[in-house]
Design a protein around this ligand. Structure first.
Ligand code: ADP
Length: 411
């Protein structure tokens, strides 16, 4: 097939969660977003379907959608709707890119999905029991419903596979790494990859010659140290629990405190897992919410625990920036992205206070004026630049899906 025919075709990007499927159709030429949408509350008679076209028109309705296959079928049907759809024929979909959370040590790059690949993703489900299984369901559904269209898996963990062994190993007996592959994997890889590439472009610097610290601050948050385009360390670990304080996750904590609590509160491993992942972080500290906007608001109104949660969040990010500046032996750019990183100017300002030792001259006015857009928030003579860059994981998935399929077709 000729490349110019392919570029008129469309890529379907799917992000399957346990009870939702998010999707986008991206045009294969300019990589523009054409349609996005979601099916949520899968498994219910009242599942919610939502779709928005590039011209702003929206479709919303409730319908009985009992499993992921029905969700994918509904998405395909709606893409063909006469008035609001975007496709005349399903064959316009050139390839499907799937977000897959955990690729373990098997996958360090986007990969064409075969039966063998599905087997390995299934094996990695042990490491991500909440995430990989619904993503496999999405892959299987596409296999059955749109036969013959190439599918590509893009892994959250892949970008971090370049970490050196001294960064990814934990200080526990080596046999546990050998037996269970217990190590740091890191997550949000597609987002860190995107903003690290983007900042090099914006600064007109070759990616191979730039040291970047990328801060993905959303409900889940992580920081990565990226040297010459390769990840050398990241804050999330064996699971997305480690590192920063997050909406409901504790981040770093002394394991002995966990054991102590289990003993004295007589709680099971499953209960402790729930506390650390769902009841901790901003929510656990503030007693208010996991939502940063609400925490900022309550802190502004003088609530001490919310202020404390905010201070802890910012301090932890600042500590990681310092650690990664050391790991990188200096830093050219720091990037903020995701919900908090893109929108919360006051949080960015707190994190960046006192970074003059690494050559940061913060521009408070530019920072205040930057909400959800690409902008530099340091002064012109700042040696280290700080950028806000909205993340775009779907574009990366679409682009990498195209690259894999072009390559396989020998183009
Ligand atoms: P997810 O990890 O679920 O993709 P997002 O990247 O959308 O999450 O980030 C969600 C977080 O961003 C929430 O804590 C939300 O409160 C926060 N956020 C969004 N806008 C603002 C804002 N203007 N000020 C403070 N926090 C914000």
């Amino acid at each position: 097939m000729k490349k110019n025919k392919i570029v008129r075709m469309k890529i379907l990007v799917l992000n399957c969660g346990s009870s939702s499927v998010k999707y986008q159709i991206i045009d294969g030429g300019k990589l523009n977003l054409l349609v996005r949408g979601s099916v949520s509350e899968i498994g219910s008679e009242d599942a919610l379907f939502w779709q928005q076209r590039d011209n702003g028109s929206e479709v919303k309705f409730k319908s009985s959608i009992l499993d992921h296959e029905q969700a994918v079928q509904q998405i395909l049907d709606s893409l063909l709707f006469k008035k609001t759809g975007i496709l005349k024929d399903i064959s316009e979909i050139f390839a499907i890119g799937h977000r897959v959370v955990h690729g373990g040590e098997y996958f360090s790059k986007p990969t064409l999905i075969t039966d063998e690949v599905i087997e390995k993703i299934t094996e990695c489900s042990q490491l991500a029991p909440l995430h990989n299984p619904p993503q496999i369901k999405g892959i299987e559904a596409c296999k059955r419903l749109i036969k013959g269209i190439p599918q590509v898996a893009v892994f959250d963990t892949a970008f971090h596979q370049t970490m050196p062994d001294y960064a990814f190993h934990y200080g526990i007996p080596y046999k546990f790494y050998e037996k269970y592959r217990i190590r740091r994997y890191g997550f949000h890889g597609t987002s860190h990859y995107y903003v690290a590439n983007r900042v090099a472009k914006l600064m007109d610097r070759p990616l191979e010659k730039i040291k970047v610290i990328t801060c993905h601050l959303g409900n889940g948050s992580s920081v990565a140290a990226v040297k010459n385009g390769k990840c050398i360390d990241t804050s999330m670990g064996f699971t997305p629990l480690e590192g920063l304080i997050m909406g409901t996750r504790s981040g770093d904590i002394d394991c002995s405190a966990v054991l102590y609590l289990m003993k004295h509160e007589k709680i099971s491993a499953a209960q402790m897992d729930n506390i650390l992942n769902k009841e901790s972080g901003l929510k656990g500290i503030s007693g208010n919410s996991n939502d940063m906007q609400k925490i900022v608001e309550a802190a502004k109104n003088g609530d001490e625990r919310n202020q404390n949660a905010l201070d802890m969040f910012c301090y932890r990010v600042k500590k990681y920036i310092g650690a990664y500046a050391a790991a990188l032996n200096g830093v050219d750019a720091i990037v903020f992205t995701a919900g908090i990183g893109e929108n919360a100017a006051s949080v960015r300002a707190s994190i960046c206070e006192g970074l003059d030792y690494i050559g940061v001259k913060f521009n408070h006015l530019a920072n205040k004026q930057t909400i959800g857009t690409e902008a530099v928030i340091t002064k012109n003579d700042s040696k280290t630049k700080i950028w806000v860059i909205p993340t775009n994981e779907e574009i990366v998935i679409a682009k990498q899906t195209l690259d894999v399929v072009y390559h396989i077709n020998g183009m």
